[in-house]
Write a protein that binds this ligand. Structure first.
Ligand code: NAP
Length: 644
């Protein structure tokens, strides 16, 4: 099979799979509001699952440094919880600066010794992925991509255990995550440089992304910091291209979801990744971040997470002038025009809003609906949301799991309270689910305006003169929740918070519906944010779809479709949603250095000498024929020294 055919066959398959996983659960169920709250004790089911995963060798509970599984130096650990039940799934090391420094040394040694570079790029790419050979070569085995796919079920179970998303969605993430390993293993063969047309004739100009004809020009040691909402895919989206380019990596997964990262690292070891090439540390986030930032040996930080932490890393990277890729928060508008197909718009908005319980950076944060279709859409959308089954991600037919933790629920509550306080109407849900723990009801809120926290990014600055100056910083969701409760308690309902500026996505299963009249108004509302990651448009008017797409300040736009991520397309935001792109051929450049090479052109000099000689002949001939002189002069664009 050729690479081209593999890629062509895979695009619809991957998208189709993720879409299908989402929509099967969507159509099958009714809301479960009567089940009793789940216990915090380890249930028999979870117990069996954990022992099954332990015996499969995939439940790793140590960090990985220099190819060895290690504890924190002081033996400190952190608990990894199942958000659906609150039970402890495992204890993992709580690492900090010294373990991170060990990981940096091992990654640096691996890079410097050029352990990778003893293998030409093409060989290395074979090592990364299990792909059929085009020629007579055989692929190395066991291999990373194959191993991820063949352990899809166990990895999916780990994701559901520690992150909470429904198992089918989790297995969809494994396929999506593995696709980056496969894609970049192929892509390593297609790193091209450039030949630049020179302005001076006696030299040649090149752009090299390779050290020789076989080896790429990697950035060096990479620190990869990832969030909890996609415990596998956010890692492979970084590690795939980094390793394919020949970088070595220190991965820092979220302390909330380290188990999937550790399992993937175990599979990488089984696939033959040399010691030090891939390291995993977790624990004290800011200590680990500081160590990565301070080290001159780490040449790049790639980060997916909140805009607040991204900004900190950006400032910290200045000290050693590191390269940065930042995949930060979004505030995605989903615009439904009067001329949209209602079913397509409902299905697409549902997928864009409720995937992973609304906890993705590309989740529709504001559903902006034109007035002519607003009521019909609100009705049909609410019906569709009502049919979503909520529960433990391991239960059959469940479409929405728990939120990641209590702080996440409190933030959702405070945003909903703010909207109700300012006149929005709850069409569906609007409170914690009767399942207890961190389950929240799938919620639809109408009459949302841009003054509400649900739809705008604001930064809380000055409040309530009775209490003096109160500041709530980015990410202080509990503080915000407390603040609203306190304001109510003191009867301070009339406090003006419209000047407040607080940048947060709701990051939960709450769909706010806003109303607009004209296309211009929709575009203004959509762009009225500091974020610029994903946007969605629903319309049957082709000209409008192009016009609006071009006016939107977003890195990703989905037209009549709510699920848009794929490994073959560039993923990344404009404005404060980040820097750089992940996925696709563009994601490769983030891990490669570019060298400009000027080369005196010996051949050209030689040719010029020949030309001189030829010109001499022409000139001599010209004594007899004037036309030839004219041709000779036009061929020679620069003043030319010649002897008559
Ligand atoms: P977060 O709080 O920024 O955490 C992301 C990662 O950064 C975690 O591993 C976290 O560690 C770590 N971290 C926190 N403080 C740090 C520091 N001072 N130095 C170094 N690392 C630090 O974000 P999150 O709550 O996990 O994820 C949700 C956010 O990610 C949302 O804003 C979402 O929009 C964004 N996101 C963006 C994309 C994208 O592609 N644009 C994709 C997914 C998610 P601990 O968890 O261990 O504290």
């Amino acid at each position: 099979m050729t690479l081209g055919r593999i890629a062509l066959a895979r695009i619809p398959a991957t998208r189709g799979t993720i879409h299908r996983l989402f929509s099967t659960t969507l159509s099958s169920s009714s809301t479960n509001r009567t089940s009793p709250p789940l216990s915090r004790h380890m249930s028999m089911k979870s117990d069996n699952l954990v022992s099954k995963l332990t015996s499969s060798g995939l439940l790793k509970t140590q960090g990985l440094i220099d190819g060895k599984w290690v504890d924190a130096h002081d033996g400190d650990t952190i608990k990894v919880l199942n958000p659906a039940t609150g039970e402890v799934v495992a204890n993992v090391p709580c690492m900090g600066q010294s373990e991170t420094n060990d990981a940096i040394s091992s990654a640096y040694d691996a890079f410097r010794c050029k352990k990778l570079h003893t293998e030409p790029t093409v060989q290395f790419s074979k090592m990364l992925a299990s792909m059929p050979s085009e020629g007579n070569d055989t692929w190395m085995s066991p291999l990373q991509y194959d191993l991820l796919i063949s352990h899809k079920e166990e990895l999916g179970q780990l994701i559901t255990l520690e992150q909470g998303k429904p198992l089918k969605e989790a297995m969809g993430e494994v396929i999506y995550g593995a696709s980056f390993i496969e894609f970049y293993a192929e892509e390593a063969k297609r790193v091209y440089g450039d030949i630049i047309p020179a302005t001076l004739g006696d030299r040649r100009l090149f752009v090299l992304k390779q050290q020789s004809h076989e080896f790429l020009q990697p950035v060096g040691v990479v620190g990869a910091i990832t969030p909890w909402n996609f415990p596998l895919a956010m890692i492979t989206r970084k590690v795939g291209p980094a390793l394919a380019c020949g970088c070595t990596v220190i991965v820092k997964p979220s302390e909330l979801t380290p188990l999937t990262a550790l399992a993937a690292a175990e599979l990488a070891l089984q696939a033959g990744i040399p010691p030090g090439v891939l390291n995993v540390v977790m624990g004290k986030a800011s200590d680990i971040g500081d160590a990565l930032l301070a080290s001159p040996e780490v040449r790049k930080i790639t980060f997916t997470g909140s805009t607040a932490v991204g900004k900190k890393l950006m400032a910290g990277a200045a000290g050693t002038v590191k390269r940065l890729s930042l995949e930060l928060g979004g505030n995605a508008p989903c615009i439904v025009f009067d001329d949209a197909d209602l079913d397509v718009a409902v299905k697409g908005s549902l997928a864009a809003k409720f995937r992973n319980s609304g906890q993705t950076c590309v989740c529709a944060n504001r559903i902006i609906v034109q007035e002519g279709i607003y009521d019909k859409f609100a009705d049909a959308f609410s019906k569709a949301v009502q049919s979503m089954q909520v529960g433990d991600g391991f239960s059959e037919g469940v479409m929405q799991g728990p939120l990641i933790n209590e702080a996440a629920v409190q933030k959702v509550e405070s945003f909903v309270e703010d909207a109700i306080f300012k006149g929005a109407k709850v069409l569906l849900g609007g409170k914690r689910h009767s399942l207890g723990m961190t389950f929240y009801e799938p919620t639809v809120i109408s009459d949302v305006t841009e003054a509400m926290l649900l739809s705008r990014q604001t930064k809380l600055e000055v409040l309530v003169s009775d209490w003096g100056l109160i500041q709530v910083y980015n990410g202080a969701c509990c503080g915000l929740h407390f603040l609203f409760r306190s304001l109510k308690y003191f009867g301070l309902h009339s406090v003006d918070i419209s000047s407040i500026s607080f940048w947060e996505e709701v990051f939960g299963p709450v769909a706010p519906l806003l109303r607009f009249k004209t296309e211009e108004e929709a575009i203004l509302m959509a762009n009225n944010t500091k974020a610029g990651l994903a946007a969605y448009i629903f319309t049957n008017n082709v000209q409008r779809s192009w016009r609006v797409t071009e006016a939107l300040e977003y890195g990703l736009v989905g037209v009549n479709e709510g699920l848009i991520s794929t490994e073959v397309a560039p993923f990344g935001g404009l404005k404060q949603s980040g820097l750089g792109r992940e996925g696709s051929k563009y994601g490769m450049d983030e891990y490669l250095e570019m060298i400009y090479l000027l080369y005196p052109d010996e051949i050209c000099l030689l040719r010029r000498h020949e030309q001189k000689m030829r010109f001499k002949v022409c000139y001599q001939f010209a004594a007899h024929n004037h036309k030839v002189i004219w041709i000779a002069e036009s061929v020679q664009s620069r003043p030319f020294e010649y002897e008559a």
